[in-house]
Design a protein around this ligand. Sequence first.
Ligand SMILES: Cc1cc2nc3c(=O)[nH]c(=O)nc-3n(C[C@H](O)[C@H](O)[C@H](O)COP(=O)(O)O)c2cc1C
Length: 213
Amino acid sequence: MNTDKLRREYQSHGELTEDSVPNNPFEQFEKWFNEAIKAEIDLPDAMTLATATPDGIPSARMVVLRGFDVNGFCFYTDYDSPKGKELAKNPHAVLVFYWRELDRQVRCNGTVVEMDPAESDAYFASRPIDSKLAVWSERQSIVISGREHLEANFEKAKLTYSDIDIPRPPHWGGYRLIPNLFEFWQGCPSRLHDRIRYTLKGNDDWEISRLSP
Ligand SMILES: Cc1cc2nc3c(=O)[nH]c(=O)nc-3n(C[C@H](O)[C@H](O)[C@H](O)COP(=O)(O)O)c2cc1C
């Protein structure tokens, strides 16, 4: 299939220059994230998470951003999933956001640490009941016999936890990606896109560079 016809021109969505961005990339991320929410972008919190085995075989999938601050970007998953096993052996990972309606991409490289169990407990407790039960229904990414298996386990979990608080399973919890590099990409007309990279040089000391599109 030839996909040439899908080619489109990028619009102008505001300035992104070395001089206009804040010194701190978290501030720039927060600004763009708020603009993505304001623009009513569907799933502005959906991000691609790329991980790799220690010998460099990559894998990537979408996860949901469950909060960020200067300490990093949080997401939740099964610690025994393929991504969890990769992160246990190789903590280097990358997050990518794409906000199509604003022609924006953010890449964020860093190292991933497991979240404090108390933080994971608090987040798990805030989830809707069905989401809690789903986590108890089966381990993520294992091969299963069919949908009935999941549905039966879900019903079993419902009975088990019908009159007690649903605890967080020990194999499920949060991670925090602690960034050492950000790249903000703003699509521009004529393919003269703006790209601003922040590289961590020391404690809170970020070097800002402009990259060629
Ligand atoms: C929009 C979107 C959001 C997702 N969010 C999460 C998430 O927050 N946590 C998660 O474990 N899986 C999430 N998934 C499912 C993952 O993409 C993936 O299928 C799952 O985590 C298993 O990945 P793994 O086998 O590479 O470990 C999401 C999928 C989509 C499409």
